[in-house]
Write a protein that binds this ligand. Structure first.
Ligand code: DHB
Length: 301
């Protein structure tokens, strides 16, 4: 059977499945459980400089083929997250997701995540609704490059940038990450979305706008990865609506060297990592692929 090993720059993963930020990653124990369930790595919750309660309810909705959430980046703050990181890294690779309003904040957070044992940093440049954060910094190529340059020069571990699909200049943003020295891009984060309750004539979410995830966004994500593959040469990690091995293969063939799983965990639990990897292994055997690398980007050929 072909190996499921994959590499992202200098990092090697036993398999290409990674837990996406925001699900089962509030605590070290939950991240450890996902690593025990077969994930090649986990991404932490997005962490900021200070504790943040997030938005009041309702902040999470199920919709047709997906979910809309506007959690409001709830997190205990970087210093309190140290113990969660330390508990998780006993079990495997943890990528530290961070959000900030300025390059200096990202630098401070990245340095601490590196000290806590993260194997890489994922810059959240893509939360769809947080004032002053996320897409407000992540859709301007100059700001993106400045943040990547600043973080790269301050730490030794690789820097990944998680990009938003809520832009018509995705390729420019990808190039900004590459030109800034970024080690990989992660595509895509959630799509800006809203649900209105006709009886109340009002948006349902307390924040009105949230981010759509789940099956509904998979074709958007696959297209985004395909576009990025044509514009940049650094590795791509694909994410958005993956719930079975065929979804994962679409991302890999579009150009992703690894993929992240989030929403599907609500239905299938963390066992989904082993299930998807098993499906990929069987597919590789049946169709004669001997490595993940041999499938990355082949839809372009
Ligand atoms: C939140 C953060 C995200 O990056 C996202 O895509 C959706 C929601 C949040 O914490 O609200």
């Amino acid at each position: 059977m072909g190996s499921l090993k994959t590499t992202i720059g200098k990092l090697e993963f036993t398999n290409p499945s990674i837990l996406a930020s925001g699900i089962m990653d509030e605590t070290g124990l939950s991240m450890a459980r996902v690593l025990d369930s077969g994930a090649g790595a986990v991404v932490s919750k997005s962490i900021g400089t200070k504790a943040n309660l997030g938005h009041v309810n309702p902040c999470f909705l199920e919709v047709t083929s997906g979910y809309i959430n506007s959690m409001g980046l709830p997190n205990p703050g970087i210093d309190a997250y140290k113990k969660e990181m330390e508990m998780a890294i006993i079990k495997g690779k943890v990528i530290g997701s961070i959000y900030g309003a300025s390059a200096q904040e990202f630098v401070e957070l990245a340095g601490k995540m590196e000290d806590f044992g993260a194997c890489a940093i994922e810059l959240n440049l893509s939360c769809p609704h947080a004032k002053g954060y996320g897409i407000e910094v992540g859709t301007d190529p100059k700001i993106v490059k400045d943040i990547v340059v600043a973080v790269k020069s301050s730490i030794k571990i690789p820097v990944w940038a998680k990009l938003t699909p809520n832009t018509h200049i995705l390729s420019d943003i990808g190039r900004a990450v590459e030109n800034g020295g970024g080690d990989a891009v992660v595509a895509i984060n959630t799509l800006k979305a809203m649900v209105i309750e006709p009886e109340f004539a009002k948006p349902v979410l307390s924040n009105k706008i949230g981010g759509l995830s789940g099956n509904a966004i998979k074709p958007v994500g696959v297209r985004a990865v395909y576009d990025l593959r044509e514009s940049i040469s650094i590795p791509i990690i694909g994410t958005g609506g993956i719930s079975n091995y065929r979804d994962a293969l679409e991302y890999i063939m579009a150009g992703a060297s690894a993929f992240q799983i989030g929403s599907a965990i609500f239905n299938d639990g963390p066992e989904i990592f082993r299930k998807i990897c098993g499906g990929i292994s069987k597919f590789m055997k049946r169709y004669g692929y001997d490595s993940i690398e041999s499938m990355v980007g082949i839809a372009h050929e």
